[in-house]
Design a protein around this ligand. Structure first.
Ligand code: NAI
Ligand code: AKG
Length: 419
């Protein structure tokens, strides 16, 4: 991975730029450049063939000035400590931009879930919690799902934590299945948040969503529901892509059909054999389609100085964390692309995770409609706070979002006497 594609260096460069613009106190800046705490663990798992395999895992607690650390756990073969550090930093800004009383954390395990059986995955999930269990908890650090983890994995983790503590503590983890204390509306919350911010952005730039064309990279939890909601909004989703390939259909895809296909087959690979569409090569061409809205919803570092100039979309809704490098940001700004920055665009997930904690604490659960209404209000407020700040400082939306978030985190640090 090149220096510029080191996600943590990217996160630090973004912070440095915002600190410069807002003339941030240098002690606060120095603290915010590094994670507060991080754990590196070895996770032994007895594989189905009888051999023992030792996986490497991480949990980073970046900043807890505003409340317990919060953030997902990623299972991915390419996971690195610097990716987890970056994701934990972005969680800090994400919780602050939507103004929920939480800090930032993130976890990761280097593994390839697609090559593992359910039994192996369960052991890996349980043993990861064995390794970090004493450092997390409802008042300390609360994990959730991220790439290649899901509600079932959260259920195993919550159960393992219960074994360690001797009682079931649903507040230790969010994104759980509804039957064991999850919130209605968490599964599609990130994508609903993406939709809500796209709606506001469309108003801001005068784009009609009905008939607007969309390309989406990543067709997992976030990408697939984002595609569904945008199609329901009247958009034409003409490009979809995942690890199995990228596909283009100028007439617009039938999204529920694509979702069913992925449910059955694991990825979109071979989708062009069942519906009439073109397979794009290389798959990264999805990012360069001539569309109105581009939604990266896979991994970080996708839009770089190499391809940013080829992005044709007018609106970039960053559903993924860290999809755009700082070099690409400059190019997009010069081209006049309206960017909804990642930690604003995808904050719907953690917002409903927060609702899950609140409901769990009361042991009283809301209707899905109530969850959605509250989420929509929070996302709209956050969007306009960012846009107004960007205009006030004459900077792009990413810097606007950083300024809003850093100011809130800095205020908490000062009040707590950290500086
Ligand atoms: N799940 C959540 O609630 C949240 C997720 N995010 C972010 O959204 C992004 C997607 O996460 P999820 O949908 O949860 O993960 P997921 O595991 O459900 O889906 C990931 C998707 O990305 C695709 N993908 C992986 N590598 C790819 C590549 N090289 N090219 C094209 N597609 C590729 C996979 O095939 C899959 O469709 C990540 O950046 C994650 O950190 C952000 C906020 C909340
Ligand atoms: O729901 C959560 O707590 C965090 C989800 C997450 O990892 C993210 O927003 O990137």
């Amino acid at each position: 991975m090149s220096e510029t594609l080191n996600p943590f260096k990217m996160a630090q460069a973004q912070l440095d730029e915002a600190a410069r613009i807002m003339n941030l106190d240098e002690d606060i800046h120095a603290i915010l450049r590094e994670p507060r705490r991080e754990f590196h663990v070895s996770i032994p798992v007895r594989m189905d063939d009888g051999k023992l395999k030792v996986f490497k895992g991480f949990r980073v607690q970046y900043n807890d000035a505003r409340g317990p650390c919060k953030g997902g756990i990623r299972f991915h073969p390419g996971e690195t400590i610097d990716t987890v550090r970056a994701l934990a930093a972005w969680m800090t800004w994400k919780c602050a931009v939507v103004n929920i009383p939480l800090g930032g954390g993130k976890g990761g395990v280097i593994c390839d879930p697609k090559e593992m059986s359910m039994k192996e995955l369960e052991q890996l999930s349980r043993n990861y919690i064995q390794a970090i269990g004493r450092y997390i908890g409802p008042e300390i650090d609360v994990p959730a799902p991220d790439v290649y983890t899901n509600p079932q994995i959260m259920a195993w983790m919550a159960d393992e934590y219960a074994k360690i503590r001797g009682y079931y503590a649903p507040g230790v983890i969010t994104g759980k299945p509804v039957a064991i204390g999850g919130s209605l509306g968490r599964v599609d919350a990130t994508s609903r948040g993406v939709l809500y911010t796209i709606r506001e952005a469309a108003k801001k730039i005068g784009m009609e969503l009905k008939g607007a064309t969309v390309a989406i990279q990543g067709f997992g939890n976030v990408g697939s529901y984002a595609a569904k909601f945008l199609a329901e909004e009247g958009c034409k989703v003409v490009g979809i892509a995942d690890i199995g390939g990228a596909f283009y259909n100028p007439e617009g895809f039938d999204i529920p059909k694509a979702m069913d296909y992925v449910l059955e087959n694991g990825t979109l690979e071979g989708f062009n054999n069942v519906v009439n569409c073109e397979q794009l090569t290389p798959p990264e061409a999805i990012l360069e389609l001539d569309v109105d809205i581009l939604v990266p919803a896979a991994l970080e570092g996708q839009i770089t100085e190499k391809n940013a100039d080829k992005v044709k979309a007018k609106l970039l809704a960053e559903a993924a964390n860290g999809p755009t490098t700082p070099e690409a940001d400059k190019i997009l700004r010069d081209k006049g692309v309206f960017v909804i920055p990642d930690f604003l665009c995808n904050a719907g997930g953690v917002t409903v995770s927060y609702f899950e904690q609140v409901q769990g604490n009361m042991n009283f659960f809301w209707s899905e409609e109530e969850v959605r209404e509250r989420l929509e209000k929070i996302m709209k407020n956050a969007f306009w706070a960012v846009v107004e700040t960007a205009e006030k400082y004459n900077v792009d939306n990413r810097m606007g979002a950083y300024i809003v978030s850093i100011a809130r985190v800095a205020e908490a640090m000062k009040l707590r006497g950290w500086v």
